[in-house]
Design a protein around this ligand. Structure first.
Ligand code: PMP
Length: 391
């Protein structure tokens, strides 16, 4: 039986640059002591106080169907958080609760793209982006950024693609995989392109609590942008709740009304006890968010100190998120060859820049997700390895 093109084409086919990752996973399964610096999973688990709230809620009976758009309490808590950060009036009617940010990304593209529409996104990109766009039947169109700009997108490059016709633009700041936090100038440029070419802006802000340098600006707060922006957020990174699958889309009321219809016909909502735990977690305020972000802030500093002592491996500023993008071009190897040789020689697993598109070739992404001591040791080994290769 034939399956639809929409589903069979989600991955795009061919090598996706994730071979090193799968090799590391096989080595671990075979009992080898691999240091895993690949994916964005905290090295801590969800805080016991959040689990306590989840347990109380479930035992208190919140195990039936929850309201499809999200519970009133969680929608209000998210709206309040967004209003505080953007100063844009935001109510529960602007919020749909989703099973994680990924579901929010998918729903946002369903909401903004017709079949065959061009949907823009920025390279390097989070691995699911092109598949998400293909999954809704739209055409993914990449806009490249450049290492020499620290991967800040250039408005003129986006405008050149938008001028050929596009329905949406997907951005992500703080950025996975580059650690770049988009500057006010970058975001103003992007907003101007969206207004001029009548684009929906889908702003993936799942790392908004992980900012080490500069300031996170949500484009929802820019002039005339709240009516054409869908912000995707999540509890995964901010509260170490990756497995709970709880996130949101924030947008104009009319868009959210339609997104609620989509949720009714797809996910049918998010577990009530998970939503209650999310309300509890948000009620803890910024202190808990800072506690969860703190290890990454610390490790970024450790990395800066190690990297400052040499000039073979370059560091893209790493202004935010739980990753470092390291430039290993001085070794003469591609990111993929470097990552393979580091894994084979030293059992340290990193992600080749090529796993995230073409713009980060000759780079590797390091997730700062092991304890400080092992992290420092792994990074020193990575630097030594690069130096040996560069000689
Ligand atoms: N966007 C980005 C940039 C991510 O890195 C991730 C997770 N790694 C997500 C969205 C999705 O996160 P979740 O579905 O867990 O909220």
């Amino acid at each position: 039986m034939q399956l639809s093109q929409r589903i069979t084409h989600i991955t795009g086919g061919g090598s996706d640059g994730w071979d090193v990752f799968y090799k590391a996973r096989r080595m671990i399964a075979d009992g080898e002591a691999v240091i895993e610096l690949t994916i964005g999973e905290h090295d801590i688990r969800t805080d016991p106080i959040i689990l306590g709230a989840m347990d109380d809620s479930a035992r208190g009976g919140h195990t039936g169907y929850a309201m499809v758009p999200g519970t009133q309490d969680l929608r209000e808590a998210v709206a309040e958080r967004i209003q505080e950060r953007t100063v844009v009036p935001t109510t529960y009617k602007n919020i749909l609760i989703t099973p994680g940010g990924q579901a929010g990304l998918f729903a946002s593209h369903v909401a903004t793209c017709n079949a065959g529409d061009r949907a823009l996104y920025i390279d390097p990109y989070y691995a699911t982006y092109p598949g998400t766009i293909r999954g809704v039947g739209a055409e993914p169109v990449v806009v490249r950024t450049h290492a020499e700009d620290a991967f800040q997108p250039r408005a003129e490059d986006i405008a050149a693609e938008a001028a050929k016709g596009a329905a949406s633009l997907l951005i992500n700041s703080p950025n996975n995989p580059t650690g770049t936090v988009y500057s006010a100038e970058t975001l103003e440029g992007i907003a101007a392109v969206c207004r001029e070419h009548d684009l929906w802006l889908i702003s993936d802000e799942v790392y908004d609590t992980q900012v080490w340098e500069g300031e996170h600006i949500s484009p929802r707060s820019l002039q005339d942008m709240s009516e054409r922006t869908l912000v995707v957020g999540s509890m995964s990174k901010s509260h170490a709740m990756t497995g709970s699958r709880v996130g949101w889309v924030c947008g104009p009321e009319a868009a959210i009304e339609h997104l609620v219809n989509l949720a009714t016909h797809t996910t049918y909502g998010v577990a009530g006890f998970i939503q209650d735990a999310a309300v509890f977690a948000l009620d803890q305020g910024p202190d808990l968010e800072e506690k969860i972000a703190e290890p990454f802030r610390r490790r970024r500093q450790i990395a800066r100190e190690i990297l400052a002592e040499q000039n073979t491996v370059g560091l893209i500023p790493a202004q935010g998120a739980m990753y470092l993008m390291l430039d290993v071009r001085a070794t003469g190897l591609s990111g993929e060859d470097f990552a393979n040789s580091l894994l084979d020689t030293h059992k340290i697993a990193t992600m080749p820049g090529e796993s995230f598109g073409t713009a980060a070739h000759g780079h590797v992404r390091v997730a700062m997700t092991v304890d400080d001591e092992r992290f420092a040791k792994a990074l020193k080994t990575l630097v030594d390895h690069a130096q040996t290769l560069a000689e």
